[in-house]
Design a protein around this ligand. Structure first.
Ligand SMILES: [Zn+2]
Length: 310
């Protein structure tokens, strides 16, 4: 210890703490015969171990308040979870009953109505602790095939949940739109010409002809390519051909519209083809119809047209 002290004071202190901690454990195990671990207290008797729920002295006994903006089922669910813990951890019946009484008082102190606390604590017994539980009495498990996620609105959402349960639909509550999500936009907005993976629409400044394209590059980078095609008079460029055939017409590079975004290149090309198909009324500058797509997609043409107008 002296050598350690000379070499490194903090290491020496660490050893002192470990030594004191080991003495404490020794006292608890061999003198008091008790060991606390997480929420479990284990006591060693002469012939067996006895367990019960353990709370640190610093535990605040604060659970979800009855007035919190959460479904009531979440609060009664918290009660059932703690009842289950009392059954699981307490070896002796008197310890379990003392723990359940303590929990009842605690939930009432957290503003839960006495009649609700009495109902839950009076009725709920975990399945595995029910005496003579017949197989046929076990509740069937939800298969979660029909699940609807709705934002939670107190009173209203719980009624909908009850009604839809009769129709075999399980409702789970999501957060919905919150004040935080409305006010805190921490992600910096990227300027339009710096965005990637777009399906975009350009227009002529003089007529109603349009061009639909796609690119994994930023709009700015792609426009450099389009402008280069026009300047070098590339005959396969739809934009160049429109300017060549219509004197005085220009492409509006400033006010282009982003129709869609898709990071996957193959999906992006399919989407581009679908937009071209939906827009193809004889006023497109595109030299071709993009990647070939099956006619079954025609079903969505009307919806895509509507989305373009919006
Ligand atoms: Zn034009």
């Amino acid at each position: 210890m002296v050598v350690l002290w000379k070499n490194n004071v903090s290491v020496a202190f660490t050893y002192v703490y470990i030594y004191i901690y080991m003495i404490q454990i020794y006292i608890y195990i061999y003198i008091y015969r008790v060991l606390n671990f997480a929420d479990l207290r284990v006591k060693r008797m002469d012939d067996r171990f006895i367990m019960k729920v353990y709370r640190k002295e610093t535990h605040t006994n604060t659970y979800i308040n009855w007035c919190s903006n959460v479904p009531r089922s979440v609060i009664t669910g918290a009660m059932k979870t703690l009842i289950f813990r009392a059954y699981e951890l307490c070896t002796l019946r008197e310890d379990r009953e003392a723990e359940l009484d303590f929990l009842k008082d605690t939930f009432i102190a957290n503003d839960c109505p006495v009649k609700v606390v009495d109902r839950v604590f009076g009725k709920y017994i975990p399945h595995k602790y029910k005496p003579n539980q017949a197989e046929s009495e076990l509740k069937p498990q939800n298969d979660y095939e029909n699940v609807l996620n709705l934002p939670f609105v107190r009173g209203f959402s719980e009624k909908i949940k009850r009604e839809l349960r009769k129709e075999g639909i399980t409702v789970v509550f999501g957060k919905g739109k919150t004040l935080e999500s409305s006010l805190c936009k921490l992600k910096q907005k990227i300027p339009k010409d710096q965005t990637k993976n777009n399906i975009y629409l350009k227009q002529c400044t003089s007529c109603n002809f349009k061009y639909i394209g796609e690119s994994g590059q930023t709009l700015k980078q792609r426009d450099i390519g389009h402008k280069s095609d026009i300047n070098t008079r590339k005959s396969r460029s739809g934009l160049y051909k429109h300017i060549r055939d219509n004197e005085g017409h220009e492409i509006d590079f400033q006010n282009q519209k982003i129709l869609d975004r898709e990071p996957n290149m193959f999906k992006r090309k399919i989407k581009e083809a679908l937009y071209i198909k939906a827009y193809d009324n004889g006023t497109l500058m595109n030299p071709d119809k993009g990647t070939p797509v099956n006619d079954c997609w025609n079903e969505f043409t009307i919806d895509i047209r509507k989305s373009i107008k919006n």
